[in-house]
Design a protein around this ligand. Structure first.
Ligand code: GUN
Ligand code: FE
Length: 459
């Protein structure tokens, strides 16, 4: 069992048993359980009969369990567009590709196909929890909640609120309409999962340019009544930031616009945060709002590079997001890979590599251990679930993936290796080196099984 309990460090639990009860909760973690006998002794102590338990073991040296990945920002409704963005940047990309696709999902049969594939694909990549944006259509949004519930993915479901900027055919007619629609999704989810244990609603103003001042105020009131989480976008792209300044001439900054409308608080997840100023980042930290770092999208749409070290040093909690389809990859492993790579292009706290000292450059770089933390425990913090998921500890939920780094079986010739493994692990690597190979070369072929709350949801 391998997990990241704190930033920058992986803990390796060799020869360990993790016992999960029928509710999917971890009830015991025992070292020195490599022998069947030890497992039996442990089960006797727990008072469990071996007849009633299923034992899953890492079958060989190169298999291990890792906490499920947490995608803190993903648009399920844009899934058919992954990889399609041409040379566009944010605002023309929204008009050309995004709004038409989202609007088309008011067809429930199309929404069912798209959402089912999105969930299946993210589960196959080890994403056990996702904070989803759906569309403005309530029925299709509720369908996404139903599908996550039945397919077993832990999810936050956002009915998208927007009363301007979009085309006429894809807009809330009024803030009243957006509130009623959001409430309808909340009530729907309450019917399928009354305590929001697996699937929860999340209040979703798309972003300031697409929301009138009244819309933001009304959603803030709704949030205060319900205490639900919220998600939106912030400071992704230069033209977007200029647009916010034009639309909210009284706002001191993009972050200030959210703050003065009452939605910058500990329940808010802000995606991107690429171009925040020092004052804005300090405000985000003070309000305890969270940030979803989306490196794949930030590169694909030429938005820029978010300064993650700088945000972390201000005490802001950061997780990773695929931002499909701004990002082209459904994989949080890929997001982790890109988070470390793009950090190489930064100095802390910003500026050009060429004029930075070596020390400054090194400081901005995110390590493998750090990005894996962001992919799991960091994401759990962002979603307010750090006491439930993200690491393997007694009392937490079994949201996990079984990873296989691909061993050449004894009877396979060296020349046939390619069909058995994608990582070229020779056996002499240290565990840190094996994990680095996984992060840089791994994919869904390495994800053998995935569980959420103890339920096997992908194999
Ligand atoms: N800003 C507003 N809407 C969106 C969206 O759908 N994707 C991204 N990346 N940024 C946005
Ligand atoms: Fe997004």
């Amino acid at each position: 069992f391998i997990h990241a309990k704190c930033l920058g460090e992986l803990e390796y639990l060799h020869n360990t048993a993790v016992c999960v009860d029928a509710s999917g909760t971890i009830v015991a973690i025992e070292p020195n359980c490599n022998q069947q006998k030890a497992v039996e002794t442990l089960y006797a102590r727990l008072g469990w009969s071996l007849d009633n338990v299923a034992i899953t073991v890492a079958r060989h040296e190169l298999q291990f369990f890792f906490p499920g990945f947490i995608d803190t920002h993903v648009h399920a409704s844009q899934y058919p567009n992954v990889g399609v963005f041409g040379k566009s940047t944010l605002l023309d990309w929204l008009n050309k590709y995004t709004f038409p696709m989202e609007a088309s999902l008011s067809s429930l049969s199309k929404a069912r196909r798209v959402y089912t594939r999105c969930i299946r694909r993210t589960l196959a990549n080890g994403t056990t929890t996702a904070a989803y944006y759906a569309t403005i259509d309530v029925k299709a949004t509720n369908l996404l909640a139903d599908l996550c519930y039945s397919m077993g993915q832990r999810a936050f479901i956002g009915r998208v609120c927007m009363d301007r900027l979009g085309p006429e055919y894809y807009l809330d007619e009024s803030p009243d309409h957006a509130i009623a629609a959001t409430r309808a999704t909340v009530e729907h989810i309450r019917r399928i999962d009354s305590n929001f244990e697996l699937v929860s609603p999340i209040i979703t103003p798309r972003f300031a340019p697409a929301c009138s001042s009244e819309m933001l105020t009304r959603l803030s009131e709704l949030q205060k009544q319900t205490q639900l989480p919220m998600q939106t976008h912030i400071s992704e792209n230069d033209n977007e930031i200029k647009l916010v300044a034009e639309l909210f001439p009284d706002g001191k900054s993009y972050a200030d616009v959210y703050d003065t409308h009452g939605i910058l608080n500990e329940k808010m997840i802000l995606a991107h945060a690429v171009h925040l100023t020092e004052e804005e980042a300090d405000l985000v930290a003070e309000r305890k709002a969270k940030i979803a770092h989306c490196p794949c999208s930030n590169s694909a749409l030429t938005s820029g590079v978010a300064r993650v070290r700088w945000l972390l040093e201000k005490g802001i909690q950061v997780g990773l997001g695929t931002d499909m389809s701004g990002g082209y990859s459904p994989s949080i492993l890929d997001a982790a890979r890109q988070a470390t790579i793009v950090s190489n292009h930064l100095i802390a706290p910003g500026g050009q590599l060429s004029c930075a000292s070596q020390e400054e450059r090194d400081k901005a770089k995110l390590s493998i251990e750090e990005v894996l933390y962001l992919a799991t425990k960091g994401g759990a913090q962002v979603l307010g679930l750090a006491d439930k998921i993200g690491t393997f500890e007694v009392g937490m939920q079994w949201d996990a993936q079984l990873i296989d780094l691909g061993r050449v079986p004894d009877d396979v010739a060296e020349d046939d290796y390619a069909i058995h493994g994608n990582l070229d692990i020779f056996g002499w690597e240290t565990w840190d080196e094996r994990i680095a190979k996984w992060v840089f070369n791994g994919d869904d072929r390495n994800t053998k099984k995935v569980w959420v709350r103890g339920r096997l949801v992908h194999e």
